[in-house]
Design a protein around this ligand. Structure first.
Ligand code: FRU
Length: 490
């Protein structure tokens, strides 16, 4: 083991015990210490699900990237494992960037981006991103002596050597495939496809898709997989421009439903959509479960919004893993069904009437910050309906439906922020015949909303003190609702 990996493992082990369990989320993956971003290597290995992530153990801000590691059997209870990769070689000395994993003949194969970033003696700056392999047993991983296994030289003429990253590996029959993001000769984003017989020697196959300057520039963290009768490409573009309420500025996570022309090795896509309409969701990655479900998790953060309170020993939360389906060419997302096993203390209310006159209405037993709550509202006679969440002592985060605009808005202005950061985001929702169904998951610092049985998701983080656990409802006009809420106990 290298000195750098040794040091990271010793450091996280020492610090881990100092982080009180209660200071983390209950059913969302968080690190015990340090910074995390992108999920990496989400894979099934020897009957368990492994999730790695971009990791800087030594501080709560981004730094030279390691791979942190946890595993689970049910996507809810996570077990910490020692740091898997450290930036400890010539080709990845400045970072082991994002990548993926696959099981092969009893081994766990990781594919990641090595970053070499140095000032030469003559003052020139060398920056290279290359693709690398490490092979392991679920705990310890050895980097291949042949690394890097793919360099930008394999790409079409004029492609960037500096922006070439985030390989997504999979196996089809005896062949390994991988897609990675890169910048083409015209400076716009492209997805390169490679194949290999042994995961060591790789061959360039094609440019699977290229964005021609539409939907941002570099497409980071591609994922490419079949779902029902279609093929899905998920990418996380940088430098997007806002478009209506569909896309916001900066880093988005978007998906295309399409088909895969295996002869030509091209992806034929339909229109793009947002994966998640909240304030914080990026770089999602999927895994196929033993029973054939496609499950996705993303990083609950936006690069331009850093909200972690100064006193926290950790920064970064992964979303609840979500089961994916297709309905009318739309990605449907619902929390993994395993979550239901952890529901406790059911509270339900039927036929609650809300009126403008009555003001804010609280419901017996409805409060908390670690919960799974479904609200089915009849909004046919109301102009607006607001859920007041994480409320108390001047704090609240709201979720508001406005009939005139047809929107649902998350607003965390009063969540206790000390900085002037982005606080609201809206999306169009369908209130079919006046009915709106919202499933909310809260886990201390997270708010994930699933609309109309997974038609849309809206995820944001809030760092309101966990004692602010009030929940209330208000409306303009009149509305009625049924509600069922559970505490989640792990
Ligand atoms: C996406 C990303 C990846 C890169 C990693 C570095 O959030 O920028 O493209 O591999 O983060 O931490």
């Amino acid at each position: 083991m290298s000195e750098k990996l040794d040091r990271a493992r010793a450091y996280e082990e020492e610090k881990r015990t100092q982080t009180p369990e209660g200071s983390k989320c209950v059913f969302h993956l968080t690190p015990a210490v340090g910074w995390i971003n992108d999920p990496n290597g989400f894979s099934r290995y020897q009957g368990e699900y492994h999730l790695f992530y971009q990791y800087h153990p030594y501080s709560t801000v981004w730094g030279p990237m390691h791979w942190g590691h946890q595993k689970t059997r049910d996507f809810i209870k996570w077990e910490h494992l020692p740091c898997a990769l450290a930036p400890d070689t010539g080709y990845d000395g400045q970072g082991c960037f994002s990548g993926s994993a696959v099981e092969h003949e009893g081994k766990h194969i990781l594919m990641y981006t090595g970053v070499l970033d140095r000032m030469e003696d003559d003052g020139r700056h060398t920056l290279r991103q290359t693709q690398c392999i490490a092979v392991g047993d679920g705990i310890n991983y050895e980097k291949l002596p042949e690394n890097p296994v793919i360099t930008a030289q394999a790409l079409p003429e004029g492609s960037s050597k500096e922006d070439f990253r985030d390989p997504r590996i999979w196996k089809e029959g005896d062949t390994f495939y991988a897609v990675a993001g890169s910048l083409g000769a015209d400076g716009s984003g492209q997805i390169a496809l490679f194949s290999s017989a042994d995961a060591g020697k790789w061959r360039f196959e094609s440019i699977l898709d290229a964005n021609g300057g539409r939907y941002g520039k570099m497409w980071e963290c591609p994922d490419f997989f079949p779902l029902e009768d279609s093929q899905i490409l998920i990418v996380s573009p940088q430098f997007m421009h806002a478009e209506g309420l569909e896309f916001h500025n900066g880093n988005n996570a978007i998906y295309f439903v399409g088909s895969y022309d295996r002869e030509k090795k091209k992806f034929l896509r339909k229109e793009a959509r947002s994966v998640d309409y909240g304030l914080d969701f990026y770089a999602p990655q999927t895994v196929e479960t033993a029973d054939g479900r496609r499950v996705m998790t993303g990083w609950l953060q936006s690069w331009d919004n850093y909200l972690t309170p100064e006193e926290f020993p950790w920064s970064g939360i992964m979303s609840i893993p979500r089961e994916l389906e297709l309905r009318d060419d739309r990605l449907i997302q619902n929390p993994v069904r395993e979550l239901e096993r952890y529901r406790q203390n059911e509270v339900s209310h039927k036929g609650v009437t809300l009126s403008e006159k009555a003001g804010k209405t609280e419901l017996e037993g409805v409060r908390g910050r670690v919960l799974d709550m479904t609200v089915e509202a009849d909004v046919s006679r109301s102009d607006a309906l607001t859920l007041h969440l994480a409320a108390g002592e001047g704090f609240e985060t709201t979720l508001s439906y406005e009939k005139g605009k047809g929107t649902l808005t998350t607003d965390r202005t009063y969540s206790g922020l000390k900085k002037d950061l982005l606080c609201t985001r809206s999306m169009y929702v369908d209130a079919n015949e006046g009915k709106l169904k919202l499933r909310l998951l809260m886990d201390k610092y997270t708010l994930e909303v699933f609309v109309n049985d997974g038609e849309q998701a809206m995820s944001s983080v809030i760092f309101t003190p966990p004692e602010a656990e009030g929940i209330a409802f208000s409306c303009k006009g009149e509305s009625s609702l049924d509600l069922v809420m559970y505490e989640i106990m792990v």
